[in-house]
Design a protein around this ligand. Structure first.
Ligand code: 26V
Length: 805
């Protein structure tokens, strides 16, 4: 059997080599001698995509014939990263690809490294959508993801003299390898104009129209058992090029309609901090939501003739409020366009729709000016008023409305039009009930449910951390990859000679790889045995990178004052982008870079402390950093981080968490055990109380000389001698206002870090704690999360592609 399996592999790799050459020659039109790395990469991708297609068709066919409910995941963002390794691993073709490329004189790793990241998202929300797409396929849930095919994804970040500079991202520069362009799947979408009445019927006379054109990317499951579709919409003009104007010599004007229409899908909004009510953003939201609903209804109507069945056949998940216009648009499609009674249309739409909330931060909650909504979507504005009024009837006293101060509150609208509303961690869901949605929750006590986030183990453990994966599979077999709670079976092996040694060796080698990478890419020398302390996420005040930095400065001063006190060597690693318009976040970026430069140049502290701020954080960089981390920084002000998903990736990869009782940290700590988690800081309730204490920041600074010293150094310009006052905005905010309670939590944070120093000094005990984190974090798989949505929200069943014979 061994010989024949090997023979099979050889056939596979020879087949694959032939199909790579075929795609290179006949699709890319390149001779092998002339081909560059990206040509080979695209040829390999096409060769793999080809092998996905049959699974994909079989899945679609199975879904059609079964009559099963389909799930539609509407998301403004899909932060996918690279797809080549994922597809290859899920198809089980890694060895074959490796051998095929070696035959061709190429190196698989070089080719993987050539793929640009698809960065069609900002952060947590978009990455969750990408993990969910992979898990929907892996659990066999028939599903479509719907979003926007942005021409430019999230900006690229560079540092120029320590400051963040944004550059446009251009992932479509090279031929996209995974998508299928669907010229036949296109919908006309309208904006503006007015509404007239015709015999009691509303008639919308729009003044503007664009076309949404579909691009499909197949998403293959683990082991190729199922495949779903990610369908992204691209905006095109209804009438393309104006030949008459061109012939009159007005060349630029002739191309104008085209450029204008395409603007809608041109660029991802890079600010996930504050809602600015920009017209183009509202157009983007309506554009992809309306196109998706039309596609959903078209598919339904091809298979069924009774609209009342719709809720049994379609579950539509709104990823945050960005697609919340789906409520009124669905009512419009059912009532205005198909003649269903208004009340029934509302009930039917609600039975299909559900809404996930991802933040309680007031400034990030979407609100649209009524006049803007009225100008762009006049019929929808009327329907929003009707929906709001219909909801008001249910209230004894009119307390909740989606309309307030001349604005439409999209959270309220989404809530009213959803049969289920979910939070993304246990704590966050409870806070939804007690704060932002308290009144709506009282009126609809069964509507809010929790679905704690998860991450896909295929990308975040199997592919990202080969050494750990090999150890796990050697120990308990391969079943963990799609049944992650099997990781619990590792724990009995902790006593065996060798297991923890191998676990430690994997971590050591991952750290050595990262150290080499830091040396070549960043010109930074670090001790590969030091504690790798990692905070990687968007730069936000509530995530408190500046608290980490203050602790770094205080630590540096203390080491400098007493270098021989037996310090645990540390490498502080930061990475993350600031929203281009978020001034405070950009100052933090600048400050981290300036502090890093000063500390890294200090020969006295060099053996014990280095600081690295890696530019252009993205999915691929996360895959490199997480497996090499010892410590995961999850230090948000309690009550502010809805869930976090990075926290889960770190725990699975054997980093210990230093964290507050916020978001999913709470559940991670419950599962890994409090003795394997470094907890510090105020609880969400204590945070609320602390804000009421007059002068809380000044008090905290007064009480902690280390904090006072670090703030004074920043304020006096120790890190910005060319402009000593540069950070007065930062220090002033922290000393007087400090809404996120950096000062009040600082002392507890410092103490936790010193407990961590001591714990790390005992490597055996540390590695045991790290391994416990891996063994007990299996619940945080996005497979579990998806099954939770299927059972509690979608009422959807998993399917299987019929096997051969
Ligand atoms: C808001 C806005 C406002 C308008 C402009 C564009 C934009 C884009 C995104 C957002 C919402 C960001 C919310 C978000 O990413 N929340 C994160 O969701 C993660 C997945 O549930 C969760 O783990 C993080 O804790 C949460 O911050």
């Amino acid at each position: 059997p061994v010989a024949s399996a090997l023979e099979g592999d050889l056939v596979t790799s020879a087949d694959l080599r032939d199909s790579i050459l075929r795609h290179l020659t006949y699709d890319l039109g390149k001779e092998p001698e002339m081909a560059e790395i990206h040509d080979w990469r695209i040829a390999l991708s096409l060769a793999l995509r080809e092998r996905i297609v049959d699974h994909w068709f079989a899945s679609m066919r199975t879904a059609r014939h079964s009559g099963a409910k389909r799930v539609y995941y509407l998301s403004m963002e899909f932060l996918i990263g690279r797809l080549l390794e994922d597809s290859m691993v899920n198809l089980g073709l890694e060895e074959a690809a490796d051998r095929a490329l070696t035959d061709l004189g190429l190196n698989l790793q070089d080719i993987l490294a050539d793929e640009p990241d698809a960065a069609l998202g900002n952060g947590g929300l978009g990455r969750l959508a990408a993990c969910f797409m992979e898990s929907l396929a892996t659990v066999g849930c028939p599903a479509f993801g719907y979003g926007i095919r942005y021409e430019h994804g999230l900006f690229k970040q560079r540092f120029v003299q320590g400051r963040q500079v944004e550059e446009p991202e251009d992932w479509l520069q090279q031929r996209p390898a995974w998508e299928f362009e669907r010229s036949d799947i296109a919908f006309k979408l309208c904006f503006g104009g007015e509404v007239s009445e015709d015999g009691g019927k509303a008639v919308w006379h729009p003044e503007e129209a664009v076309v949404a054109k579909a691009y499909d990317t197949p998403i293959i499951s683990w082991q190729g058992r199922w495949a779903n579709t990610l369908r992204l919409w691209s905006a095109r003009p209804l009438h393309g090029f104006d030949l008459e104007r061109f012939n009159r010599g007005e060349f630029a004007a002739a191309a104008e309609p085209e450029a204008l229409a395409r603007t809608i899908s041109r660029v991802l909004y890079p600010d996930d901090t504050t809602e600015q009510g920009k017209e183009l953003r509202l157009k983007q939201e309506f554009f992809f939501t309306a196109a998706s609903l039309r596609d959903i209804l078209r598919r339904f109507e091809a298979e069924h003739d009774n609209l009342r069945l719709l809720p049994q056949k379609a579950a539509i998940q709104l990823n945050d409020t960005h697609p919340a216009i789906a409520g009124p648009e669905m009512v419009r499609l059912l009532h205005d366009e198909r003649g269903m009674e208004l009340d029934e249309a509302i009930v039917t739409a609600r039975a299909c729709l559900s809404y996930t909330n991802h933040t309680l931060m007031p400034e990030a909650l979407e609100r649209w000016p009524e006049h803007l909504m009225h100008r762009l979507l006049p019929r929808h504005m009327q329907l929003i008023e009707r929906i709001d009024a219909a909801h008001a009837v249910k209230q004894p006293t009119r307390q909740v409305s989606a309309l307030e101060h001349g604005e439409v509150k999209m959270g309220e609208l989404a809530f009213m039009m959803a049969h289920k509303v979910n939070g993304v961690s246990a704590l966050h869901t409870e806070l939804m009930k007690s704060t932002v949605f308290a009144e709506l929750h009282r009126l609809h006590p069964d509507r809010i449910v929790n679905q704690t986030n998860g991450v896909t183990p295929r990308r975040w453990v199997l592919s990202a951390n080969r050494r750990l994966s090999a150890l796990i599979t050697d120990t308990i077999g391969e079943g963990w990859v799609d049944d992650l709670e099997q990781l619990e079976q590792l724990e009995p092996y902790f006593g065996d000679a060798g297991f923890l040694d191998r676990y430690a060796a994997a971590k050591r080698e991952n750290k050595a790889d990262l150290s080499n990478w830091l040396a070549t890419e960043m010109d930074l020398k670090v001790d590969p045995t030091a504690l790798f302390d990692v905070q990687i996420k968007r730069i936000h005040e509530y995530k408190r990178q500046h608290m980490n930095l203050l602790e770094t400065i205080a630590l540096w001063k203390e080491i400098a004052a007493n270098p021989d006190a037996g310090w645990t060597p540390r490498v502080k690693i930061f990475a993350g982008k600031a929203a281009p318009g978020y001034v405070f976040a950009k100052e933090i970026v600048h400050l981290i870079n300036e502090v890093a430069a000063v500390i890294n140049a200090d020969p006295v502290t060099a053996p014990y402390l280095k600081v690295a701020f890696l530019p252009n954080y993205n999915v691929t960089l996360a895959e490199r950093l997480i497996p090499a981390a010892d410590l995961s920084e999850q230090i948000s002000t309690a009550g502010k981080e809805a869930s976090g998903t990075g926290n889960m990736k770190f725990a699975l990869n054997g980093a210990l968490t230093v964290g507050t009782l916020d978001g999913a940290n709470v559940e991670i700590r419950e599962r890994v055990g409090e003795e394997n988690f470094f907890l510090f800081g105020m609880t969400a309730d204590e945070v609320i109380a602390r804000r009421e204490v007059p002068g809380h920041a000044a008090q905290a600074i007064e009480a902690d000389a280390r904090l006072a010293g670090a703030l004074a150094d920043i304020g006096e310009g120790r890190f910005s001698p060319d402009d000593p006052g540069r950070y007065h905005g930062v220090t002033g905010n922290l000393s007087h206002h400090d809404y996120f309670l950096v000062c009040s939590d600082f002392t507890a944070y410092w103490e936790a870090q010193r407990r961590i120093d001591a714990a790390f000094a005992d490597q055996n005990a540390w590695m045991r704690m790290a391994a416990i984190n891996t063994a007990r974090s299996g619940w945080f798989s996005s497979d579990r999360a998806i099954r939770g949505y299927m059972a509690d929200i979608w009422n959807a069943e998993a399917l299987e592609v019929p096997g051969p014979g």
